[in-house]
Design a protein around this ligand. Structure first.
Ligand code: MN
Length: 195
């Protein structure tokens, strides 16, 4: 058993420029993501301490907070990996599956954009895969943990919390999403799909 830890980025902080600034990425990774890691570890410790002392914590409150923090950590860890300085192109089995499900890459992107833009409050747009039906699904995750399909594999995520874009784009969500498509690591997304 071990604590959660903040993963290093698979690229330099300035390498996603001009699509995502070094300042934006530093604050996002070093402050926001780290806060979820620290938050998750703190609650796990609190639960472990309570088991030792025999007291019963407020489980509803502890688990709600644990879900928020673990969800934040897991989704951010996915998000960093599905970005890359040179995005490349969607290909292989992933491109075929997307075409089969959505009709075309353009339609998939349009639906994904709408999913991202219309999130109520803070959340994530995600592409997910259901092993049972072998279908691709769009997922509009509110916060880090609401509206999720249990057990589906998450293939690609886009962070739509304001903290992901306020330094670079203020309130211009559309510009943030447009820039996201320039730095999608299609190789990694394809690998996740095939895995
Ligand atoms: Mn974030």
């Amino acid at each position: 058993m071990e604590d959660y830890s903040l993963p290093e980025l698979p690229y330099g902080y300035g390498e996603l420029e001009p699509y995502m600034s070094e300042e934006q990425l530093r604050v996002h990774h070093d402050k926001h993501h780290k806060a979820y890691v620290d938050g998750a570890n703190a609650i796990i410790k609190k639960l472990a301490d309570a088991r030792k002392s025999g007291e019963m914590p407020d489980m509803k409150s502890a688990l709600k907070s644990l879900s928020w923090n673990v969800g934040g950590h897991v989704l951010h860890s996915l998000f960093w990996k599905n970005l890359a300085p040179k995005g490349g192109k969607m290909g292989g089995a992933l491109a075929e599956a997307i075409k089969k499900e959505f009709g075309s890459e353009e339609r998939f992107k349009a639906e994904f954009n709408e999913t991202a833009k219309s999130i109520e409050g803070s959340g994530w747009a995600a592409l997910a895969f259901c092993r049972k039906s072998k279908r691709m699904f769009l997922m509009q995750i509110e916060k880090h943990n609401t509206n999720m399909y249990p057990g589906f594999e998450i293939i690609m995520v886009l962070d739509m919390f304001e903290h992901a874009y306020y330094i670079d784009h203020r309130n211009d969500k559309a510009k943030f999403i447009e820039n996201f498509w320039k730095i999608v690591n299609w190789e990694e997304v394809g690998r996740r799909f095939e895995g």
